[in-house]
Design a binder for this molecule. Structure first.
Ligand code: PBG
Length: 324
């Protein structure tokens, strides 16, 4: 069968016809909204490279989450900016740390209505800005694992539903799973940043979280992007270590990897639509060069179509109003 009996345009004639047939639809309930809690902030601090997005004082976290919930969002992921950093990132596991307090307040306010996730990493908390413990100019894997365990347990104690290790240390998922189980938190889930590329797209986040490495780069632990086989190994290892959700990050330049993740493992897959991806869209939209709403819906649909179940995105709060 071919033209003229086949006419593909028959099913494109009206909005309703197009909508009943659209297989992949973005929905706010699949989006995760990142929140940066800043221990030093008295008021929201704008992030230059992330227009319309702010670092927040603890007192405003619940209100911000409420806005997201009102827009149909059911999950947030927390990042912290501590008032003091040190060599070993010890404020990452402080019981009265900004993230730990924010988790407590969010769970008290929203209970089971909101999934509270917390990023498990050290880079926002270390003076050198690396994601692990540094000795003689190198990030030392196994020493870092013990600190990541403390961070994850402190977040679980505060009430986190999901911890999300993002330091890219080998064995981090196994160590965190063991520590959580030993501390009585076997029900807390792990969303592993399994495939995290050493990417130029994190620039605005590093401004936002003040976590640029003070020497070298993250290339000795984050992945190079020239090869898909390494991504498969990382995902398989994390699943074997007990990851409940695997993540691919960034999203847009890695749709093939998201597709591989879903087709190969058929487990829950998250994609992180990162700060640089947000910044590009915002910059072009603010110049009047693209239509923000049209472009964001197109991008998020593509990230979902590639195979992700969850999308972490700074646009999470905007989507509901754009869908109608
Ligand atoms: C911490 C972390 C980073 C991001 C999320 N967790 C920064 C990095 O690895 O440099 C980036 C998120 C974004 O760019 O939106 N390791």
């Amino acid at each position: 069968m071919s033209f003229p009996s086949v006419r593909m345009r028959r099913l494109r004639r009206t909005t309703a016809m197009r909508e009943i047939l659209q297989g992949v639809k973005v929905h706010p309930s699949n989006l995760v909204y990142p929140i940066f809690v800043d221990e030093n902030a008295k008021a929201p601090i704008p992030i230059t490279a992330m227009p319309d997005y702010y670092r927040l004082p603890l007192q405003q976290v619940v209100a911000e989450a409420r806005q997201a919930v009102e827009q149909g969002v059911k999950a947030v992921i927390l990042f912290g900016l501590p008032s003091k950093k040190d060599e070993t990132g010890s404020s990452a596991f402080a019981q009265d740390g900004a993230v730990q307090k924010a988790i407590g307040e969010l769970k008290k306010e929203f209970g089971g209505e909101l999934v509270v996730m917390a990023d498990v990493c050290l880079c926002e908390y270390t003076t050198h800005g690396h994601c692990g413990i540094v000795k003689d100019g190198e990030v030392v894997n196994d020493l870092t694992l013990e600190v990541l365990q403390k961070v994850a347990v402190s977040q679980a104690q505060a009430g986190a539903d999901v911890v999300a290790p993002s330091a890219m240390m080998d064995g981090q998922v196994r160590f965190i799973r063991d520590a959580l189980d030993d501390a009585g938190f076997s029900e807390v889930a792990i969303m592993a940043y399994s495939v995290k590329y050493a990417s130029g797209f994190y620039g605005p986040f590093r401004e936002a979280a003040e976590c640029s490495p003070q020497f070298g780069s993250r290339k000795s632990y984050q992945m190079g992007y020239g090869d898909a086989a390494e991504a498969l190994r990382e995902m398989e290892l994390d699943l074997n270590e007990g990851a409940d959700v695997i993540m691919v990050k960034p999203a847009l330049a890695y749709l093939d990897i998201i597709h591989l993740a879903k087709s190969k493992f058929n487990v829950p897959v998250a994609a992180y639509n990162v700060s640089g991806e947000y910044a590009m869209v915002k910059a072009a939209a603010k110049n009047g060069w693209i239509d923000e709403k049209a472009v964001v819906l197109e991008l998020l649909t593509a990230i979902k179509r590639a195979g992700s179940d969850l999308i972490i995105t700074y646009f999470a709060k905007d989507v509901k109003s754009w869908l109608c």
